[in-house]
Design a protein. Structure first.
Length: 420
C-alpha cells in the first residue's frame, strides 16, 4: 500500500515571496485565500504558502501542472470548477532544511513541521569530481598504495604547483558558471586584476576556468603575449602557469576534497550550486512539488544520500566558507549569493563582500585594474587575520559534530511511522 508523502528538501533558505504576492493572491483568488487562511494548524494553509509554496501559484508552475501533470493550474483547486477543494485538507508537509543553526538562525515563527537538520555533507568519496583522483586518494589513505603522486595524471601539474616550496599556501579562485551566465564580460581585465594583485601581495593563485571559452581564450592570449618572456608563462597539457609561475590556470574537474585543505583562501561567488548541481536540484524540486509516492517502510539512508547527491557542491558553503584552513573571499553576483556573502561576513568568517567591479571589472584601464587589485588584496589580507581564523575554527568545530543527513533520514522515518 502506498500513500502520498510530501517532503520538501532544500539546501538553502527559500527566496521570500514578493512583497505584493499576498495582496495580489487575495485579489485574484479570494475564495482560495480564505480557504487557506482558515486551515487548521496541522493542515496546509497560508503559513505554508507564504513560507515556501508560493512559487507553485505562479504562472510558470501553473502551466507545468496543467500541461504536463494534467492537474488544475492552481494547487488545492478543482480542475473543473476552479473552486477550492473544501472536502480535502492535506497535512502540512515535513519541510527539511540542509543547513546548520550555527550558520542560519531558526526563527521562532516557523511552524512545527519545519526542521533544520544541519548541512547535508556528502560522503568523502563523493567529494572528488575526478574519479581517478578519488581512487588514488582512497588507495593512498588505506595504505594499499605507495604512490608519491596523490592525484591522477591530468591533475599532476596542479599537484606540483601546490607542492612547490613557498612560504604561504596558494589561493583558489573559482567562479563556476558565472562566466557562462554573462557576468564575466572582460576576461582579459579579470586576468590583469589577478596579475596586479599578485604583484602587490606576492601570493600564488589557482584559477579554475570552469570551461568558459572566453576566459580560456584570454588565458591562451595572455600566454602567447608572454611567450617572448618564457619566465612569465609555462605550458602543459593540464594547465597554464602565468605571471612567473604564480598563477596556475586549469579547467576540467576539480579534486575539491584534496585541494581545499591545501589552500589558504577561496575566492568565489558564494552560492551553493554549479550548473551541474542546479540541473539535479531542478529535477529534485520538480519531484518534490509533484509529490513523492513512497512505500510505507523505513527509509534506507543510502536512498536519501542518492537524493542528496546533487548537493555535493554544497561545499561552496560547507567547504569554501567554513573549512577551518580555507577562508572565503566572496564576490556575489546574483540570487542567494548576496545572502550568503553577507551571512559569512556577519558570522566573522569572511571579509566584507567584494563588489563585482573589484574582481571582474568591465573596463580595462589601469586605474580600474589597480583599484580592483587593491580591494582584492585588502580582502585577502582580512581573510587571513587571526580573528577570522579563530571564528572559522569555532564554527567548523561545531559543524563537525552535526550529521545533517542522518538527522534528515531520522525525521523522514519518523514521518513514515506516524502515517502508518
Amino acid at each position: 500500500m502506498n500513500f502520498l508523502f510530501w517532503t520538501h528538501l532544500l539546501s538553502l533558505l527559500l527566496v521570500s515571496a514578493p512583497s505584493s504576492f499576498e495582496r495580489q493572491f487575495r485579489k485574484e483568488h479570494p475564495g482560495l485565500y480564505n480557504h487557506l487562511q482558515e486551515a487548521p494548524t496541522d493542515k496546509v494553509g497560508w503559513k505554508d504558502v507564504i513560507h515556501w509554496m508560493w512559487p507553485l501559484f505562479t504562472e510558470e508552475w501553473g502551466l507545468w501542472r496543467s500541461l504536463d501533470l494534467n492537474l488544475s493550474s492552481l494547487p488545492f483547486t478543482d480542475p473543473v470548477t476552479g473552486l477550492p477543494t473544501f472536502h480535502e485538507r492535506l497535512p502540512s508537509p515535513l519541510l527539511l532544511y540542509g543547513f546548520s543553526k550555527e550558520v542560519v538562525e531558526y526563527p521562532g515563527y516557523w511552524h512545527s513541521k519545519v526542521w533544520v537538520c544541519g548541512f547535508w555533507f556528502p560522503p568523502k568519496e563523493w567529494q572528488f569530481s575526478c574519479n581517478d583522483c578519488a581512487e588514488i586518494s582512497a588507495s593512498v589513505s588505506s595504505g594499499s598504495s605507495n604512490k608519491q603522486n596523490e592525484l591522477c595524471s591530468i591533475h599532476l601539474s596542479l599537484q606540483f604547483f601546490i607542492e612547490f616550496p613557498a612560504t604561504e599556501l596558494p589561493i583558489f579562485i573559482g567562479l563556476s558558471s558565472i562566466g557562462s551566465m554573462g557576468f564575466l564580460r572582460n576576461p582579459h581585465a579579470f586576468l590583469r586584476v589577478l596579475g596586479t594583485a599578485l604583484d602587490i601581495s606576492g601570493s600564488r593563485f589557482i584559477l579554475f576556468s570552469a570551461g568558459y571559452e572566453p576566459l580560456e581564450a584570454a588565458i591562451d592570449s595572455y600566454a602567447k603575449e608572454a611567450s617572448s618572456r618564457p619566465e612569465q608563462t609555462q605550458r602543459s597539457n593540464e594547465g597554464v602557469s602565468l605571471f612567473g609561475g604564480r598563477l596556475f590556470c586549469f579547467s576540467g574537474s576539480v579534486p575539491y576534497n584534496w585541494l581545499f585543505p591545501r589552500c589558504a583562501a577561496a575566492i568565489h561567488h558564494g552560492g551553493r550550486l554549479d550548473s551541474y548541481a542546479n540541473h539535479y536540484a531542478h529535477i529534485l524540486v520538480i519531484n518534490v512539488f509533484a509529490s513523492l509516492w513512497v512505500s510505507i517502510s523505513p527509509v534506507d539512508p543510502r536512498l536519501l544520500l542518492y537524493w542528496l547527491e546533487f548537493l555535493r557542491f554544497v561545499s561552496s558553503l560547507g567547504f569554501c566558507n567554513l573549512w577551518p584552513s580555507l577562508k572565503p573571499v566572496i564576490c556575489p553576483f546574483m540570487l542567494d549569493q548576496f545572502y550568503w556573502a553577507e551571512r559569512m561576513y556577519w558570522l566573522g568568517v569572511a571579509p566584507e563582500p567584494l563588489k563585482r567591479e573589484h574582481l571582474v571589472p568591465d573596463k580595462d584601464e589601469d586605474f580600474y585594474i589597480k583599484e580592483a587589485a587593491n580591494m582584492l588584496v585588502r580582502a585577502l589580507d582580512y581573510s587571513q587575520s587571526s580573528e577570522v581564523k579563530s571564528r572559522a575554527l569555532q564554527i567548523s568545530n561545531k559543524l563537525s559534530n552535526e550529521d545533517g543527513v542522518s538527522e534528515a533520514v531520522h525525521l523522514i522515518n519518523e514521518e513514515l511511522r506516524s502515517c502508518r
